[in-house]
Design a protein around this ligand. Structure first.
Ligand SMILES: *[C@@H]1O[C@H](CO)[C@@H](O)[C@H](O)[C@H]1NC(C)=O
Ligand SMILES: *[C@@H]1O[C@H](CO)[C@@H](O)[C@H](O)[C@H]1NC(C)=O
Ligand SMILES: *[C@@H]1O[C@H](CO)[C@@H](O)[C@H](O)[C@H]1NC(C)=O
Ligand SMILES: *[C@@H]1O[C@H](CO)[C@@H](O)[C@H](O)[C@H]1NC(C)=O
Ligand SMILES: *[C@@H]1O[C@H](CO)[C@@H](O)[C@H](O)[C@H]1NC(C)=O
Ligand SMILES: *[C@@H]1O[C@H](CO)[C@@H](O)[C@H](O)[C@H]1NC(C)=O
Ligand SMILES: *[C@@H]1O[C@H](CO)[C@@H](O)[C@H](O)[C@H]1NC(C)=O
Ligand SMILES: *[C@@H]1O[C@H](CO)[C@@H](O)[C@H](O)[C@H]1NC(C)=O
Ligand SMILES: *[C@@H]1O[C@H](CO)[C@@H](O)[C@H](O)[C@H]1NC(C)=O
Ligand SMILES: *[C@@H]1O[C@H](CO)[C@@H](O)[C@H](O)[C@H]1NC(C)=O
Ligand SMILES: *[C@@H]1O[C@H](CO)[C@@H](O)[C@H](O)[C@H]1NC(C)=O
Ligand SMILES: *[C@@H]1O[C@H](CO)[C@@H](O)[C@H](O)[C@H]1NC(C)=O
Length: 842
């Protein structure tokens, strides 16, 4: 609270702040609270409180029904040390079911409790639900403990949810207690990397259409956690008994603070106690061998598909960015874990999901090991969850009387699966897939169609007000876009001192940009739209959609958004050093060295390459320019402003659309044909390269006519061999001729008239890397110019605190932006030109 000295705060605001601090202990997940339905005490008319939940006797409950015929009750009350809910059970002598009324679609946790008592140990039965065989030939007597809890994660549609109990032969089925309650939003996403036996990985889709059974839930480096210790009443066990070589690992020091939860992770993903403990490499073992791994070997179902979630939280490193390490699954697959690629702070939890098929050994190995390229030579792990994916092959064809019902259930779920697939097929058109660890649900997407007709560049007031009058949290112009990223308006007021003018760092067509600090201490840039501004709802939605699904070192990260009432606010990571343009011309910033410029261009090229070809694939930025390349405190380049970006299906080479972008950077071919391809971004990037080389704007109307357009002028000079003459005078002496030649060559290739002649962003990044090497091998290397590190060791610049964006700082001619109604009719080039002229005249 010390950030708010109260000088300008009004009393009501302070009250509101206090209220918010009081009410929402944690910000992103405040919408979800552990539900109180359904917790059932089977075979009883007694309600029993267990860990804050009341298990209602099934005889008392109105909302739950079960097959009464041939069911009976057992009562073991004599075993007084037995917990109360296990003292009664319901017994079924023939196929029977419990029926639950489900009122919201979504992912549910389903837990079945069984107690191994002498009179029940003869039971052998199957359990199935939603068309999945959850347990088969199940007997409690095989278990190693007297209480058995079986947990499943299932997508359940609205309607009746039935759990079937099918005894084998003359045996019987029983159950002591049942829990069925919705998981938090985005608890499990539909997609994860699938690891093959040979270690290859590719995207696996459709997790949500399977049933998951929890096999292991491990609090690595920590104690047993009981339902009392967990946010979703889960049980977590210690990892020690799974260690292959116990000597290789030691428990990390327990973290004393609260983990720094950042979306999409919250304490429902795993409780604090999981993230506050970890196992790390035991240095003592390194005396025996100087390089080693920690391996855990988990028993799993043979030859079955498994969902694996590994939890990390860096409570080990002394400082940020000092630790990278490898995660191995089953020996053949390795992945470098860089805790700062996805989260920018210490002690910030994150998780990664995988889909892995087990072999017939019945074991699955998870290892962590050091990365020789990392400063700190260690590795850590905080938690592991392994779930078996119950496949469709397990669907039980139930026989006899309940047959029809069960067939209906199975068909229903198959159809449900198809609907999901169709929605997902539609998504592919949008082409946004997400990168771990950002959960996404197909429900994130479906609302988009509802807005198909509203892709107008002005805000849709009628629609907004219609939604707002509903007066609920759903009154949002971006329904369900990514609820996990939603930030309450009050939080943003708090972060920006109620949009304090003093914190304003930019102004543009979209509105104002403010510097802010979230309650967790994170510095952010807050972009708030003004009503009637140029940037509208579609851009707002696109930005959230694109940025919430991807994370990359060279793409600016979206922290969250707010769409309450008429507000359209985007919250980004704060980029300390502002835009690339501010470091090139028309500003008082110290001049960037040639090396730094090459590093920055290379970084931006990598970011764009990731957009084009990375995990999320097929995204075209459409507005690449020097004000959309931002620099963090270490001068690491990050591409920003995705409001205009567009995606196409991966197999399609172009997308026909209306010309958008910024004058001076526009691909002439795209202009002519309106065929948008990734090569349009390559062209714009070529203009940026020239800007970097010459330190002048893309368009400068004050210059002689032939020099106004930098791309044209640069190409003329290049062809005449006179490029040296237009190089920024302040770097002329340091620039190595070979490096310059290579760089000019890249720029020229990018600026080819014919898109087919332009290189891909990968080629561009590669060539820039080469230009950097040419520079560095030529120049006597100074320690701070090591290209293998990022620019962090470089000359320190006075901190420029700005967050300009596309639309911020519209004052110059070169910032003219073409924005149009994105209607279906494609305007002719002349229409586009007239639009340009209108904007020009503004
Ligand atoms: C169980 O909890 C409910 C509220 O959570 C409370 O009203 C009730 O008295 C409790 N019952 C017992 C037996 O403690
Ligand atoms: C089930 O109940 C019916 C009568 O309700 C009885 O005739 C039958 O024997 C019972 N079946 C079993 C397996 O107990
Ligand atoms: C339980 O044990 C019996 C024999 O003791 C065996 O046939 C059955 O497969 C076991 N079931 C499970 C689920 O392990
Ligand atoms: C489960 O019950 C059977 C039969 O009563 C018994 O043999 C077995 O030891 C029990 N298992 C546990 C873990 O109590
Ligand atoms: C239980 O499931 C197994 C595996 O699908 C099946 O073979 C068996 O017939 C089922 N038992 C009953 C009683 O339905
Ligand atoms: C790793 O892949 C090779 C083939 O590339 C295969 O022969 C081997 O069995 C795999 N190892 C494991 C543990 O799956
Ligand atoms: C149970 O309630 C207590 C007090 O209200 C709270 O501190 C604790 O976190 C709750 N536990 C769970 C598992 O919800
Ligand atoms: C888990 O909860 C129990 C009961 O509230 C408590 O005694 C125990 O200390 C907790 N465990 C941890 C690791 O905090
Ligand atoms: C590591 O070795 C030191 C000195 O031999 C010993 O004090 C310490 O307990 C060892 N740590 C572990 C985790 O084995
Ligand atoms: C697991 O690791 C151990 C030790 O490295 C190895 O012997 C075993 O074959 C591995 N199993 C699998 C399935 O990779
Ligand atoms: C660590 O494990 C991985 C995967 O099994 C293996 O490739 C690597 O060589 C191991 N490192 C050491 C030092 O054993
Ligand atoms: C729930 O899902 C079903 C299909 O699985 C769909 O038809 C229905 O509209 C959904 N309901 C809501 C409220 O989302």
């Amino acid at each position: 609270m010390e950030k708010f000295h109260g000088d300008k705060l009004h009393k009501p605001l302070i009250l509101l702040l206090i209220l918010v601090l009081f009410l929402s202990y944690q910000l992103p997940s405040s919408a979800y609270t552990l539900p109180d339905k359904y917790f059932i005490n089977c075979g009883s008319n007694i309600n029993i409180n267990v860990t804050n939940r009341t298990f209602v006797g099934d005889l008392n409950s109105d909302s739950v029904s079960f097959t009464k015929q041939n069911s009976s009750v057992t009562d073991n009350r004599k075993a007084s040390e037995t917990p109360s809910i296990y003292q009664t059970a319901r017994i079924f002598r023939q196929q029977s079911s419990y029926e639950f009324e489900i009122t919201t679609n979504g992912t549910y946790l389903v837990r079945l409790h069984f107690f191994n008592s002498t009179d029940l140990s003869a039971a052998v039965f199957n359990v199935s639900a939603s068309g999945f065989l959850l347990l088969h030939n199940f007997r409690v007597q095989n278990s190693s403990s007297s209480i058995l809890k079986k947990e499943f994660i299932l997508s359940i549609p609205i309607g009746k949810f039935l759990i079937y109990f099918v005894p084998r032969g003359s045996s019987f089925a029983f159950v002591n207690a049942i829990e069925v309650f919705p998981a938090p939003p985005d608890f499990i996403s539909d997609e994860a990397a699938q690891i093959s036996q040979t270690g290859n990985s590719n995207a696996y889709k459709g997790i949500l259409s399977r049933a998951l059974q929890t096999i292991h839930r491990i609090n690595v480096g920590g104690p047993t956690l009981t339902p009392e210790n967990d946010t979703l009443l889960r049980t977590w066990l210690p990892d020690d008994s799974y260690l292959y070589h116990p000597d290789t690992a030691r428990n990390s020091q327990v973290y004393s603070g609260r983990p720094n939860y950042l979306d999409p992770v919250n304490e429902f993903i795993a409780p604090d106690l999981v993230y506050k403990t970890a196992k790390e490499l035991n240095e003592n073992a390194s005396r025996l061998t100087n390089n080693f791994n920690i391996t855990w070997s988990y028993d799993v179902t043979r030859n079955a598909r498994h969902f694996i979630r590994v939890h990390f939280c860096d409570i080990v490193s002394p400082a940020q960015n000092t630790l990278r390490f490898f995660l191995y699954i089953n020996g053949n697959f390795s992945k470098e874990i860089n805790p700062y690629e996805t989260v920018a702070q210490l002690a910030t939890p994150f998780f990664i999901d995988f889909v892995v098929d087990s072999d017939d050994s019945g074991f699955m190995n998870i290892s962590i090991g050091p990365d020789s390229g990392s400063t700190e030579q260690t590795a850590f792990l905080n938690g592991v969850e392994i779930m078996e994916m119950m496949g469709e092959s397990n669907v039980v064809p139930l026989s006899n009387k309940s047959n029809q019902k069960s067939v209906f259930v199975i068909v229903g779920s198959v159809l449900g699966g198809l609907v999901l697939v169709c929605i997902f097929g539609g998504l592919l058109f949008i082409g946004l897939r997400r990168r771990k660890p950002k959960p996404v649900q197909s429900s994130d997407w479906s609302p988009l169609t509802a807005y198909k007709g509203s892709t107008h560049s002005n805000r849709k007031m009628p629609q907004l007000s219609k939604l707002s009058t509903e007066g609920t949290n759903n009154a949002s112009p971006v329904p369900n876009l990514n609820l996990g990223l939603k930030i309450p308006f009050i939080e943003i007021q708090l972060a920006t001192n109620n949009f304090d003018k003093k914190l304003q760092i930019g102004k543009g067509g979209f509105g104002n940009v403010y510097r802010g600090t979230l309650r967790n201490g994170m510095k952010v840039a807050v972009k708030r739209s003004e009503p009637g501004s140029g940037q509208g709802l579609p851009e707002f939605q696109t930005e959230i959609m694109v940025l919430s699904k991807i994370r990359h070192r060279h793409l600016v990260s979206l922290i969250g958004y707010c769409d309450e009432g008429f507000e359209m606010i985007l919250v980004y990571e704060f980029m300390e050093k502002g835009t690339l343009r501010d470091h090139l011309y028309n500003s008082k910033q110290p001049c960037l060295s040639w090396n730094q410029r090459l590093e920055i261009c290379n970084g931006a090229a990598r970011g764009l390459h990731y957009l084009h070809k990375g995990a999320s694939g097929g995204i075209i930025h459409r507005d690449v320019k020097s004000t959309n390349i931002l620099l963090d405190e270490n001068l690491v380049a990050k591409v920003a402003d995705f409001g205009l970006s567009r995606s196409g299906p991966p197999d399609q080479t172009h997308v026909s659309t209306v010309v958008k972008g910024t004058f001076g950077y526009l691909d002439p071919e795209y202009f002519r044909t309106q065929q948008l391809t990734e090569k349009s971004d390559v062209y714009s990037f070529g203009v940026v390269l020239l800007e970097v080389l010459c330190a002048r704007p893309a368009i400068n109307p004050t210059l002689p006519r032939e020099q106004v357009n930098l791309a044209e002028w640069g190409m003329v000079c290049k062809k005449k061999g006179l490029l040296e003459q237009i190089v920024d005078p302040s770097i002329k002496v340091q620039i190595n001729p070979n490096s310059l030649r290579k760089f000019a060559e890249v720029a020229e290739k990018c600026l080819q008239e014919d898109a087919a002649d332009r290189p891909t962003m990968a080629d561009v990044a590669w060539d820039l890397e080469y230009a950097l090497q040419l520079q560095q091998t030529a120049v006597v290397r100074e320690p701070h110019e090591d290209s293998t590190s990022n620019a962090s060791g470089m000359l320190s610049f006075p901190v420029l605190q700005r967050f300009p964006s596309t639309s911020a700082e519209f004052e110059r001619d070169d910032m003219l932006t073409v924005r149009e109604d994105d209607s279906d009719s494609v305007p002719s080039a002349s229409e586009v030109f007239s639009q340009l002229k209108i904007n020009n005249a503004r």
